[in-house]
Design a protein around this ligand. Structure first.
Ligand SMILES: NC(=O)c1ccc[n+]([C@@H]2O[C@H](COP(=O)([O-])OP(=O)(O)OC[C@H]3O[C@@H](n4cnc5c(N)ncnc54)[C@H](O)[C@@H]3O)[C@@H](O)[C@H]2O)c1
Ligand SMILES: N[C@@H](CCO)C(=O)O
Ligand code: NA
Length: 436
């Protein structure tokens, strides 16, 4: 059978990994797909750059639109990243009747509704397994493997760079910046690494997970997003003393009131599997009403783990080329007319337990004032740590773990406690999830 021709946009970390995996495993891939999958064209900014992989047999060009407009190409793999020109290239490829594979979570989270609509109208496929949790086949697991279930919760470590930084900080006591530089060198970080450490990348991925889990359109704007930049080594230690580890989680959860979508550092009990996912590894817990809890674990970033997902999408698309568009797996798991808006909650209506760290004057009655403010807002204390006086101050760090509370109540309590004359500075808050 005639080979399938792939046009690749971007020869960076993921583009290079994709070429290497396609070359090395050509025989297996052809056996699985039923046809050879060959990269015939690729666009790169620098045509003369020395690369670690072979581009033999690939026609290179600088203008990615040349690839997208080439009539011989069946599938375009968009591995450039960012919104423009990626969005225009993908829409152009679709208009030219080409299928698309992309690793670009920012593009799917922000413009996926438009892109999937265009693909649906044109009868082509857009596959994006590499966009969430790198090599872990999480899209496939939820969209196909768990399609019998009413999904209750998706929660996980979905940014490898943040997890790598938190792990190195805890295990080796390294400084934030040094670890971030290492993550950049290893090819884990986004082109703009603030996307990793400020939670944006995880929010893009959570947007996609929430859509396919709950049958809602992509709604990036509704995700509450916090990154890891405010986490101090002291918080890492106090969390450890209380029996927890700090992990950066994305959580999409069905509640009685609506759907919570949020991304933030989280205290997770040390004995949970999720607390022991280290380095660049990702893990996603998916709870369905029939199957119960399931966990998916693997490398969330890096050249070949990500290429594993890109190539699997190329195989999937190749296998489905002859199928009637109506009978293909829908982009967002549910048929387009079965998507509903789902009632994603405002962040004030989310419910979690909290870790609070504050600095207070060491004198009688202070704790009573703090607990009164919490009590007035129905917030119960679960555990308490009072540490030695901070050097050169009259203050002591106070660490509290609360029971579950509506976020709006916690905001009001924090505001009131911060106004107490005996409390100085801002209160550090980290949400706590038992993930049971
Ligand atoms: N690196 C990872 O571990 C990883 C994992 C999952 C998903 N992703 C996603 O994969 C995509 C690519 O990431 P990467 O890490 O390979 O990035 P990268 O920076 O290593 O590679 C991107 C390549 O695209 C090229 N490029 C940029 N703009 C271009 C343009 N206008 N025309 C032609 N080429 C252009 C760049 O020169 C570069 O070689 C991004 O969407 C990223 O979010 C990356
Ligand atoms: N920068 C991303 C790449 C994988 O999507 C991460 O660190 O998880
Ligand atoms: Na994946």
């Amino acid at each position: 059978m005639k080979p399938v021709n792939v046009g690749l946009l971007g020869l960076g970390t993921v583009g290079g990994g994709t070429i290497s995996v396609l070359n090395r495993n050509a025989e297996e891939i052809t056996g699985r797909a039923g046809r050879a999958i060959q990269v015939t064209h690729a666009s790169a900014r620098d045509l003369n750059k020395q690369r670690e992989f072979s581009t033999a047999g690939i026609t290179l060009c600088q203008d990615p639109f040349e690839v997208v407009n080439n009539p011989d190409i069946d599938i375009v793999a968009e591995l450039i990243g960012g919104i423009e020109p990626a969005r225009e290239l993908v829409l152009k490829a679709i208009a030219n009747d080409k299928h698309v594979v992309t690793a670009n979570k920012a593009l799917i989270a922000l413009h996926g509704n438009e892109i999937f609509r265009a693909a649906q109208n044109q009868g082509v496929m857009v596959a994006f397994e590499a966009a969430v949790a790198g090599g872990i086949p999480i899209i496939k697991a939820i969209r196909e493997g768990l399609s019998a279930n009413r999904i209750e919760q998706v929660a996980g470590i979905i940014n490898g760079t943040s997890n790598f930084i938190l792990t190195e900080m805890r295990e080796r006591g390294l400084q934030f910046d040094a670890v971030l530089d290492e993550a950049k060198e290893l090819g884990y970080a986004e082109a703009d690494p603030s996307f990793d450490i400020e939670g944006t990348d995880a929010a893009h991925k959570l947007t996609i997970l929430a859509a396919i889990a709950f049958g809602i359109p992509l709604q990036y704007d509704k995700v509450h997003t916090e990154g890891i930049t405010d986490i101090t080594p002291a918080d890492v230690d106090y969390a450890g003393e209380l029996g927890y580890r700090i992990k950066h989680l994305g959580i999409a959860r069905r509640t009685d009131h609506g759907i919570e979508t949020r991304v933030h550092p989280t205290l997770v009990p040390r004995k949970r599997l999720m607390a022991n996912v280290e380095g660049v590894m990702n893990a996603v817990l998916v709870k369905g009403d029939a199957v119960g809890p399931t966990i998916y674990y693997g490398a969330g970033a890096g050249a070949e783990p990500t290429a594993s997902a890109v190539v699997a999408d190329l195989v999937d698309v190749t296998r489905a080329l002859t199928s009637d568009p109506e009978n293909r797996v829908p982009h967002l798991a549910f048929q387009p007319d079965a998507l509903n808006d789902g009632g994603v909650l405002a962040v004030e209506d989310n419910e979690t337990a909290y870790y609070l760290r504050m600095s207070a004057i060491d004198q009688p009655g202070v704790l009573a004032e703090i607990t009164r403010i919490l009590g007035e807002r129905d917030i119960s204390i679960e555990a308490f740590l009072q540490k030695e006086q901070e050097p050169d101050t009259t203050h002591v760090p106070i660490i509290l773990l609360t029971q579950k509370v509506r976020e709006g109540n916690m905001n009001a309590a924090i505001e009131a406690i911060e106004k107490l004359p005996v409390v100085s500075g801002r209160i550090m808050r980290i949400r706590v999830e038992t993930l049971a």
